[in-house]
Design a protein around this ligand. Structure first.
Ligand code: SF4
Ligand code: SF4
Length: 194
């Protein structure tokens, strides 16, 4: 079944690469910038977690040990957390670099693109408000495109939102089309709860 998931991932990566290419003037992602890997929930389905596990196996012992400690720390924070929505820094992020990059989940592959919000409007990534993605074309409140900024950029590509919602990308239609199942979905760190 993992082979079929890999076919889906290849299809997804191709789509996302096209989206990133179309949005190139607005994307400022670079190695070492990892705000999107922090303070979030990171939904992972069973098959994504299985694939991630292959990536973990490839790592050297020292890196694995750091990750094990990170996971322990996050799970301890979770135990003490009293609020409704527990958010954490991804345990696989070391020195602001993803240690399992090729094996990362679906949500991780969409980081950086503008998305379609529940109200159908363009939803820019949080880092827009930190002077990063789409900040060069959006009004300061991030609610709408600035005609003035767009004109100043002098680029052909318009800023566009694509439907990269996790719910959409894990739709049963993909399971039927590629002949695999995503399985249970839960926050990444919960896959490590014994
Ligand atoms: S999505 Fe934003 S925070 Fe994440 S790497 Fe790209 S620019 Fe940095
Ligand atoms: S798996 Fe990698 S890309 Fe995904 S949240 Fe963790 S560090 Fe970031």
């Amino acid at each position: 079944m993992i082979e079929n998931y890999l076919l889906y991932l290849r299809f997804l990566d191709q789509k996302l690469n096209t989206f990133f290419e179309k949005q190139k003037p607005y994307i400022f992602c670079k190695k070492g910038c990892a705000g999107c890997c922090k303070n979030a929930q990171f939904p992972y389905s069973k098959i994504e977690f299985e694939y991630l596990s292959f990536g973990i196996e490839q790592l050297d012992v020292e890196t694995k040990n750091i990750i094990i400690k990170n996971i322990d720390d996050v799970l301890k924070q979770k135990e003490q957390f009293k609020g409704e929505l527990f958010k954490y820094d991804c345990p696989f992020l070391i020195n602001n670099v993803c240690t399992v990059y090729n094996y990362r989940g679906i949500i991780c592959r969409t980081f950086g693109l503008a998305n379609v919000g529940a109200d159908g409007r363009m939803k820019v990534p949080f880092c827009c408000f930190e002077g990063l993605n789409y900040s060069n074309v959006m009004e300061d409140n991030g609610n709408k495109i600035s005609a003035e900024k767009f004109k100043k950029l002098g680029v052909d590509q318009e800023p566009v939102a694509f439907n990269t919602n996790y719910e959409f990308l894990t739709d049963p239609d993909f399971e039927r089309g590629f002949k695999f199942t995503f399985g249970e979905i839960k926050p990444l760190v919960e896959w490590f709860v014994k």
